[in-house]
Design a protein around this ligand. Structure first.
Ligand SMILES: [Zn+2]
Ligand SMILES: [Zn+2]
Length: 345
């Protein structure tokens, strides 16, 4: 090996193969360039951010979004091995944020480092989802009704809760255009106006799975949108009518249905033992049916209070004694659970 083979012809420094050394090549090369300005587009209503034509919900702070967007301004030499990127975020005003990067990497074996600053301009637009909602765009209506009666307030609340849970799950799955646009109480029940067929199918199906009844769908052509036919679907959910043996809560007592009807029904007041007739619309809560009652043991009777073993936990829970039926300690009784109460049926 001659002496020249180990020397860089430009700087005279060490070079293994006698070619221009890495340091000299790097000095002449732009290993990184940064655009001075970039745009960050966020939704003025919900905070989603857009990159290209795609809107995304991000669980990021404003500083984090600024950093992500500013990184798109960094252009590395294709042969550079990127190293650490440190970012310092400086809020200038509501429209501008400066992100100062300290960049490092390796090019042709030489370590490189550089600072650059990128100005992020904030642009506010309305995202595709908020645009649908504010433009009153919808693809379906879920009509929550009950067969021969109005659904009870508890049933309506349960339907609303199920709808909210389905919406939440779909949003987390990234189906951001599937939302409940509006909820309207009507004289027969509840209307849930939905933005997509997907959420309509899922909510209607979930309500019926959890609460019984059935759902029928009725699509109808409602014009065109972006050159494609727009179908609006009515999801008719029918919760089951009362059945014999249903335990209901109304007028601050429990009752057992003995004769269901479409507008009025007959029941035994479980407090007094008397038979009454009321309108179906007066039912405040459907607790369950007597066929689902569990057998348990009376632990003690103390005047108007009966201690009953909770069949699930084994703990003793107190129930109201009823004047019309005699219950003694050690008796076996059937109970239904109503939230954290036991009802002797
Ligand atoms: Zn050199
Ligand atoms: Zn939005």
């Amino acid at each position: 090996m001659s002496i020249l083979e180990g020397i860089c012809p430009q700087c005279g420094g060490h070079s293994t193969d006698g070619e221009v050394c890495g340091r000299c090549r790097v000095a002449k090369e732009t290993w990184v360039s940064c655009d001075a300005r970039v745009r960050a587009v966020v939704c003025s209503t919900c905070g989603a951010s857009r990159s290209g034509s795609v809107w995304r919900d991000q669980d990021l702070t404003r500083d984090e979004i600024a950093t992500v967007v500013a990184k798109t301004a960094i252009h590395l030499h294709p042969e550079c091995m990127p190293g650490e990127i440190k970012a310092l975020v400086r809020e200038e005003d509501p429209q501008r944020t400066t992100v100062i990067f300290t960049l490092s990497g390796t090019l042709w074996g030489e370590p490189v480092e550089k600072d650059c600053s990128v100005e992020v301009f904030w642009n506010k637009e309305q995202c595709d989802r908020c645009n649908r909602i504010s433009g009153n765009y919808y693809e379906g209506v879920i009509q929550v009704r009950a067969e021969g009666r109005r659904p009870t307030p508890t049933e309506l609340a349960a339907a609303q809760r199920i709808a909210a849970e389905v919406e939440e799950t779909m949003q987390q799955r990234g189906e951001r255009l599937s939302v409940i646009v509006r909820e309207e109480e009507t004289k027969d029940g509840l209307d849930l106006i939905v933005s997509s067929h997907q959420i309509g199918d899922e909510v209607a199906g979930s309500i019926v799975r959890a609460m019984g009844g059935r759902v029928t769908t009725h699509p109808k052509l409602a014009g065109e949108r972006a050159g494609r036919p727009l179908y609006r679907v009515t999801y008719a959910v029918r919760l089951p009518n009362l059945t014999k043996g249903d335990i209901i809560w109304l007028n601050r007592t429990y009752g057992k249905v003995i004769e269901p009807g479409s507008r009025t029904f007959r029941y035994i007041d479980l407090n007094t033992g008397s038979v009454r007739v009321r309108r179906s619309a007066d039912i405040q809560r459907l607790v369950g049916n007597i066929r689902d009652a569990e057998e348990t043991i009376v632990a003690y009777v103390e005047g108007p209070v009966i201690g009953v073993l909770d069949p699930d936990s084994g703990a003793t829970l107190e129930c109201q004694a009823a004047s019309w039926r005699k219950v003694l300690a050690g008796d076996r009784v059937k109970v239904l659970k109503d939230q954290d109460h036991l009802v002797i049926v």
